[in-house]
Design a protein around this ligand. Sequence first.
Ligand SMILES: Nc1ncnc2c1ncn2[C@@H]1O[C@H](COP(=O)(O)OP(=O)(O)O)[C@@H](O)[C@H]1O
Ligand SMILES: [Mg+2]
Length: 280
Amino acid sequence: MSIIQVEGLKYKYPDTDQLALDDISFEVKQGEFIGLIGRNTAGKSTLCFALSGLVPHFFNGGYGGKVFVNGLEVRQHEVGDIAAHVGLVFENPFSQMTASKYTVFEEIAFGLENMGVERNEMITRMDESLDLLDITSIKDKHPFDLSGGQMQRVAIASVIAMKPKILILDEPTSQLDPQGSEEVFKVVENLTKEGITIIMAEHKIDKLAEYADKVALIDHGKLIDFDTPAKVFSRDDLPDYGITAPTATRIGKALGIKDSKTDLFPVTIKAISREIGDKL
Ligand SMILES: Nc1ncnc2c1ncn2[C@@H]1O[C@H](COP(=O)(O)OP(=O)(O)O)[C@@H](O)[C@H]1O
Ligand SMILES: [Mg+2]
C-alpha cells in the first residue's frame, strides 16, 4: 500500500475565488523522495499543508477529495494526531528554533519533552537523530551559533526525533548557501535509506535531478506531471511552467547526447560525464 494517497484533492483558501489545489491525485511509496516543483504561487506550499493537515484544519476554506497519510485520512484527524506521522520543515531554519534553549541537544529534546516521551527512549531517539543528521559534534553548541546548513539540520533533527514516517520540507534550502544546501540534500537522502518518505518543495532543479526518485510538477494548483526526473525534466514545455531544465539536460539537448540508461536526455552531470566519457 502507498504511504501517501491523494485522490482528487481540491482546495480553496477562505475568501478567494481560485482553487489553490485543483483536482490533484498521486501516490507515493514508502521511502521515496519526491521533489515538488513549480513557479511561485503554483501551490507547492499549499500541497505541503494539505499533506500535514494544516489544510484544511488550520486554514479552513473549501475542500474536496481525499488525502491519506500512513493510512490516516487527513480530514478526519486533528493536526496533532497527524504530526505523529508527518513532520513538516519550513524554509527558514531560524524561525523554527525555540529561541529558548542553550544547546542543540536541548533544542531537539524540547519536542520530545512536550510529547512526554520517557527518558531512556528520549536519549535513544536523540542519539539516533543527531547521528542521522550528522550533528553529534555540534550538540553542545548554541543553536544560534550555527551555520544555516547546520541550523536547518537541527530543525530536521527536531522533527525526525518524533519518528514521523513522512517528512515534508518546504523549500528547506532557499535560505542556504551551496554548501548548506548540499548538507541538507545529503542528510535527507540518508533519511530515505531509513525508510522515511520525503516530499520536498525545491527550486534547486540540479539537486532534485540528482536526489529525487520522482518529481511532481505543479502549476496553477494542477498536477501537470508526476514521474521520474528523467521524464519530467526532458519535457520541452518546462519554461511554460517557470522551470529551467537541469544544467545536464540543457547540455545534453544542445549536444544531442542522450543517457543510454533511460534513452532520454541526461539529468545529472554524472550521467552526462558517463556518456561523454564513453565516446572518448
Ligand atoms: N493564506 C492564504 N490565503 C489565501 N490565499 C493563499 C494563502 N496562501 C497561499 N494562497 C494562494 O494559494 C496559491 C498557492 O500558493 P502557494 O501554495 O503558497 O504556492 P507556492 O508554494 O507554490 O509558491 C497562490 O495563488 C496563493 O496566492
Ligand atoms: Mg511556497
